[in-house]
Ligand binder design. Structure first.
Ligand SMILES: [Zn+2]
Length: 575
């Protein structure tokens, strides 16, 4: 997503926004030494360990490990998506977000796709009201108990039967047809021309968290197949990321205490019909990590509520496995298991809103994990307990170090009667409270590689990079991380006044993002006895020396492998 906004704009935004001013607007900060401090907004504490550095344009909590740039702060504190945070900062700074540039030509301008899809929404809504065959669609909605108000709230529409209704309405020129094809709403025929993708279906527009229409789902009116059809992946629609109903849920609830994740569009709408305005559906895929991260930005509590059938049970197991690595303090995951054969729509019709919202029948994620692992096992026998441990260990290991993992280990200790070391789960001592998010590297220096140290130093004091005379030599190293180190040095040499925050934003979409955040919080570097410049150069020299040794070794190997004749020749050359 970051790719859609030019890096130069993100740089400018961060340059114009002082992270101290920004955070001070939400959490009053006090100047202490060279940094600013407050009690952490992300965990409970009495003495301030939340630190904001004006130099680095970076915040870090020594208590829970929360850290990041001005953009990350808005995302975490105000529960915003990346683009929303950018928008809010741009508004405050009086900057206009530039139109997407640097997209491949074939993609053209994405905003025209969004505009076109708005017209498509209007078109299908109009057909639901006016088309001569609309009675079937309206009857279908009535039979499902969907009122006109709810249909209007979710902008339900009707795609009439026939191959070219949309093309006739919105694709009258070649250029218009090409644009429609880029939204996925019409499909190119092999022998030229196009046809409508959605025919004789109830249409559900899908909006992203900013409210832009990015695609559609369509449902048949009878028992035809496929029952549901979704937009294909396009430049603006990525099904593994989007959640149907999230935009509406956020609009209907200022403070989302909980979000239900259900399987389909009709479940979201049926629940809304019964006054439950906080349900979302993934779009024909299993719950992904991106879905969950998006959910947790909007709410602290996620309740999976899948159909009471085998597919629903499989979806629940997969959702559990996706959620385990994302568990941290302050995030809760529950399952609501429905009676056999029922979906949320059936359930709420039969039992009503109160029963659906009843919290006492929710199964916490941890209990579900344990239930699955002990299913069919006799825990009173030694063999049973050992089998149970074998089942649960890989799942337990997915949970990040922290309080939640400790509680689970304790629970399993109780079930099996074994102590944590016998359970043999990689976990830290439970006497010391562990950080909520990412590990700190307080006194961990032994565990950091030379390259990690160098990157940590650069993130603390970027101008160290200016000391490196020939960064290109680093490209010859095969050590992990040296390529990142090299990139960072070159970047700082190009933009000498760059801040830590600006550097980190360049890696936001990278798998290294979390690691770089950890490194920028490395505390030992605050030891004033270390001469950073000397240490930095010494460490760079170490890498250079390793490269030389490696090159020489390769030379020797070649020598040994060459034929006698060649050996003599090479020896002469090397004299
Ligand atoms: Zn904290």
């Amino acid at each position: 997503m970051a790719g859609r906004i030019p890096q130069s704009f993100i740089d400018e935004l961060l340059a114009r926004t002082d992270i101290v001013d920004l955070i001070d607007g939400f959490v009053p900060l006090k100047k202490m030494g060279k940094d600013f401090k407050a009690c952490c907004p992300f965990h409970d504490e009495k003495t301030p360990s939340f630190t904001v550095s004006q130099n680095k344009q970076f915040y870090h909590c020594f208590g829970c490990g929360a850290n990041g740039t001005a953009i990350s702060f808005l995302m975490e504190y105000s529960h915003l998506e990346f683009l929303e945070a950018i928008e809010e900062m741009a508004n405050k700074a009086g900057l206009t977000i530039p139109e997407e540039v640097g997209q491949p030509r074939a993609d053209g301008n994405l905003s025209e796709l969004y505009e076109l899809l708005e017209l498509v929404v209007r078109f299908y809504c109009k057909q639901l009201r006016e088309h001569r065959q609309t009675d079937r669609a309206v009857d279908y909605l009535k039979n499902r108990g969907i009122s006109g108000e709810v249909a209007k709230q979710f902008e339900l529409g009707y795609a009439p039967a026939g191959w070219d209704n949309l093309i006739q309405a919105l694709g009258t020129s070649d250029a218009a047809q090409q644009r429609l094809a880029r939204t996925g709403m019409i499909i190119k025929r092999d022998n030229g021309g196009y046809y409508d993708r959605f025919r004789d279906r109830i249409m559900f527009p899908i909006r992203d968290p900013r409210g832009r229409v990015i695609g559609f789902g369509g449902r048949v009116l009878d028992d035809d197949t496929p029952k549901y059809l979704n937009s294909p992946e396009t430049a603006i629609y990525h099904k593994g990321r989007e959640l149907y109903g999230l935009y509406q849920a956020r609009r209907a609830n200022k403070d989302l205490q909980r979000l239900y994740v259900v399987e389909g569009y009709m479940d979201v709408i049926a629940l809304a019909q019964y006054g439950i305005s906080n349900a979302v559906a993934s779009l024909g895929t299993a719950t992904t990590r991106e879905h969950l991260e998006r959910l947790f930005r909007a709410t602290p509590q996620v309740v999976f509520c899948f159909d009471g059938d085998q597919a629903g049970a499989r979806a629940a197991t997969r959702a559990m496995e996706t959620a385990l690595p994302l568990l941290e303090e302050g995030r809760q995951v529950f399952f609501k298991f429905l009676p056999e054969g029922q979906d949320p729509d059936d359930y709420i019709r039969q039992k009503g809103t109160k029963a659906f919202q009843n919290l006492s029948d929710l199964t916490p994620l941890s209990d579900y994990m344990i239930n699955i692992a002990k299913d069919g096992i006799d825990l009173s026998s030694v063999e049973g307990r050992s089998l149970f441990l074998k089942n649960i260990r890989p799942r337990l290991e997915l949970i990040p170090e922290g309080v939640i993992k400790q509680l689970n280990v304790q629970h399993i200790e109780k079930i099996t009667g074994l102590s944590a070391d016998k359970i043999d789960i990689r976990t830290k001592s439970k006497d010391q409270p562990l950080p909520r998010r990412r590990p700190l590297y307080k006194s961990d220096s032994g565990k950091m590689t030379n390259t990690s140290w160098l990157i940590a130093m650069l993130l603390r004091q970027p101008d160290l990079a200016l000391l490196v005379e020939k960064p290109e030599i680093l490209t010859q190293s095969k050590e992990p991380g040296v390529d990142t180190l090299h990139k960072m040095i070159v970047l700082i040499q190009e933009i000498p006044r760059i801040t830590t925050g600006q550097i980190l934003e360049r890696w936001r979409e990278s798998r290294l993002n979390n690691r770089l955040h950890e490194l920028s919080s490395t505390e030992i570097l605050d030891d004033e006895n270390i001469n950073l410049s000397n240490d930095f150069l010494h460490r760079i020299d170490t890498i250079a020396a390793e490269i030389k040794t490696a090159t020489r070794k390769t030379g020797e190997t070649n020598l040994a492998d060459a034929s006698e004749e060649h050996k003599a020749y090479l020896r002469n050359l090397q004299k």
